[in-house]
Structure formats: C-alpha cells, structure tokens
Design a protein around this ligand. Structure first.
Ligand code: CA
Ligand code: CA
Ligand code: CA
Length: 427
C-alpha cells in the first residue's frame, strides 16, 4: 500500500477508536443503552472492514461518496443546489448553477421543464447552456438530478425577453420587451462584448437600445442587462454588419435585370424587422418599400446575400421582394436600408436618417442631388453620389461595394452584375 493510502487507513482507525471512546462516555452517563452502542459498534466495524482495504472513500470529504456524517459513511450523497449566477434568467440565456455533489448530473428541471442543454462543469457547478423556450416565466423551482437522486428545489426568476429586430445589424436601435419580470425594468443598463450600449425609453415592460455600434463584433454576442441592480443571465443575440452590396438600375432596352443586393455575411438569415426603401430624386420622397424576411421563404443565401429586384431575375428574388420591369429608377435617386417595416414608408415619405442602416445615392450621368445626399450622409466626405455609367457602359455594368464602410458614398465602384453572388469588379 502506498504512503497516502496508509495514512488514510491510520486516520480511519483513529477516528473509529475515538468514536468508540465517545460512545462509552455517552453510555457511562446513561444517555443510551449498552445494547444500542454495541449494535452501532458492530455496524461500524463492518463498514470499516469494507472500506479500509480500498484505502480511500470512507474518509474523503467531497465527491459522490462523501462522508456526510456518521450515519452516511459510504453512502452516495444527494446533489444539493445553493444558487445560480444571475438574478434573472431570460428564456434562451445561459447561466451556471452552484451546489455540491453535482458530478454526473443528468437533468436540470426549471418550472417543471427539463433543460436538455446542460454541461456539468465540476462537482459544484452545472451550466445551463440555453434556458428552454417552454420554461414558464415567474418564480420557478430549480432542481438538479444525478444518479444519486434529485436536489431540494431552489426558487429562480424566469422571464421572457423579446428583442426586436431579432437580428441586430450595426446601426440598429432594438427594443427589448419582457414578460414576467417582477417589478419591471428600472435603472437599466445594457452591454455587449465589452461595449456599453445606450438605453432610452425605459418603461416597466420595455426599453430601447439607442444604437448597436459598428465596434460590437459580428456573430453571436451575449447581451448583458442589469435592471435595478438585478443581473440578467447573458442572452446570446446575433450581430451582423448589413450593407447594400450591389445594385443595377440600368440595362439595355426595357430594364429587366434591375436589383439591389444586400450582404449580411451570414447564410440562412431571415431579415425580419428591416426594410429596403427607394427614394425619388425629383422630390426626395419614397416611391417604394420592401419588407425583408417577412415569410419563412425569405432567407439569405449560402453567400449571406439577399436580393430585391425584377421578378425575372435568375435566381429570382424571394416572395414579396420583386418588382416589374423598369421599377428601379435610373437616377439621380437613392436606395436605403432601414430598421423598420414598409408600413413606416408609405409612398411619398420624406427621406430620413431615422433608423437608417445603409444607403447609396446614384445616377446614370446625372448631377449630384444634395436633397438626397445630405439627409442620408450629412455634408462630410461620405456624401458622394455614384454613377453607374462611370465606365461608359451602364447598360451592362453594375455598381458594387468595394469597402465595408457603412453609410459612405466613397465605398462604391463599377462591376459586372452578379445578383445572388459575390461581387466581381470590372476588369
Ligand atoms: Ca431602371
Ligand atoms: Ca447596369
Ligand atoms: Ca453581387
């Protein structure tokens, strides 16, 4: 036997002898009968003989076979839960449960709903990777189950926190709405990827984030909310850099190859909550608006691209996002991408930068239109109008994005039309 095991065995024997002495003192003072003590001693001798050859186990202070007291020597310990690492648990959020004897945890139940996405981190910690959608809101019991049994429940607070739009483009100002939050929102702060977000319009059941700045990295990011000192568990949301990527307003004869291409960098996205608006340079008011991602059929393609354009394009635009021949005016006009819906842009809506995500002002050999440029780009160096005929062939050329700069008229050049495909500069 190695030294450690030998030491453990000596400690076990010493503990046993000490307990026998204590028992005899108890008997000598008439606290319990000699018969009871004899039975206890015999039982402990049996336990000692069963456990001592293993060297360990009976004397450990933690783990599934912890010594939880004289009567529990060698018996597997039930899991126990003490806390979670957030005050409020939004549906779809992730968080950790702290407790003891959690090794081998096979299930977490919250409000009676089994949480299928869990990870056992240690004997004292289990992570819920995604709070299940069907979990009821309000104060709910939480238990952890291991092969040894189920913990005594603790109470946690579950809320449903909706974000609109559900996908956060740089430049968007989403609204967060909650259901089931005790006391409602108050004194709210919000952060993402180390960036503190502006907050406005705080009401008990909703508040607005004023802007998702371009500095927030794209991809899945944890939204962290604190309301009245209560910390919400991190809620993953998708951040994208959504841009107008290419457009083609002019073709030979009747224009039947018109399109506006939007890039997101992510395949399979439904761009719910965003709208493409066409503005007429003659009066600087809207003449059409197209909701993006309004049906299940509307998703970005494998290149992360989305098209609004002539119904005859191949591949065709998605349902509801197509138009007839000669519908995209040839300039000077503008195309702009907003957070919102077409309901906010009935025909002849004045041009605006409210909830503006990206825009381009263009022409085919027309003079610049300050009435379009200034509201969209201001009067700085970004206020540049692009000419589809700059290379002399507007009927066969398109205008393509050449840098990732959002809301910058200098980010465009002449290309070969590539609807639904990565852009191709003109050689
Ligand atoms: Ca046209
Ligand atoms: Ca063209
Ligand atoms: Ca393209």
């Amino acid at each position: 036997m190695n030294t450690a095991a030998s030491t453990v065995r000596r400690q076990g024997l010493a503990s046993f002898v000490a307990r026998v002495i204590v028992s005899r003192v108890i008997v000598s003072r008439g606290i319990v009968s000699r018969g009871i003590v004899a039975r206890v001693i015999v039982a402990r001798v049996i336990v000692a003989l069963m456990t001592l050859p293993l060297g360990l186990g009976a004397c450990g202070s933690s783990g599934p076979y912890a010594n939880r007291g004289d009567g529990d020597v060698g018996r597997p310990a039930l899991p126990s839960v003490t806390s979670v690492d957030a005050d409020v648990l939004p549906i779809r959020s992730h968080f950790e449960i702290q407790g003891a004897d959690l090794t081998g945890a096979s299930a977490v139940s919250i409000g009676g709903v089994d949480q299928s996405a869990i990870t056992v981190l240690s004997d004292t910690s289990v992570r819920v990777d995604r709070l299940a959608g069907g979990t009821p809101v309000g104060a709910q019991p939480l238990t952890v189950t291991t092969p040894q049994g189920t913990s005594v429940p603790i109470q946690v607070e579950v809320i449903a926190l909706a974000i609109h739009p559900p996908i956060l483009a740089h430049g968007a100002a989403p609204r967060l709405m909650q259901m089931g939050l005790t006391g409602g929102f108050a004194n709210v702060s919000a952060a993402m990827a180390g960036t503190q977000l502006g907050v406005a319009g705080v009401q008990p059941d909703q508040f607005d984030v004023t802007l998702i700045p371009d500095a927030v990295p794209t991809d899945m990011q944890d939204l962290l909310v604190v309301s009245d000192g209560r910390t919400f568990a991190p809620l993953p949301v998708r951040v994208i850099h959504m841009l107008l990527n290419e457009f083609d307003c002019d073709q030979a004869g009747s224009d039947t190859g018109e399109f506006v291409e939007i890039s997101t960098g992510v395949p399979g996205l439904q761009l719910e909550g965003y709208v493409l608006v066409l503005f007429n340079g003659s009066d600087d008011q809207s003449y059409a608006a197209y909701d993006l991602g309004t049906t299940d059929n509307d998703h970005t393609n494998p290149d992360g691209l989305f098209i609004v354009g002539n119904a005859t394009l191949v591949p065709a635009p998605k349902l509801g996002n197509s138009w007839g021949a000669s519908s995209l005016q040839n300039g000077a006009d503008a195309v702009a991408l907003y957070q919102g819906s077409s309901a906010a842009f009935p025909n002849d809506t004045p041009i605006t930068d409210l909830r503006l995500i990206d825009a381009v002002v263009y022409d085919v050999k027309d003079s610049s239109d300050a009435g379009l440029l200034a509201p969209l780009f201001g009067v700085g160096p970004e206020a540049v109008q692009v000419n589809e005929g700059a290379d002399g062939s507007s009927s066969t050329d398109s205008v393509i994005r050449t840098t990732a700069a959002r809301l910058d008229g200098r980010a465009w050049g002449i290309g070969i039309p590539t609807p639904w495909l990565p852009n191709k500069p003109k050689p």
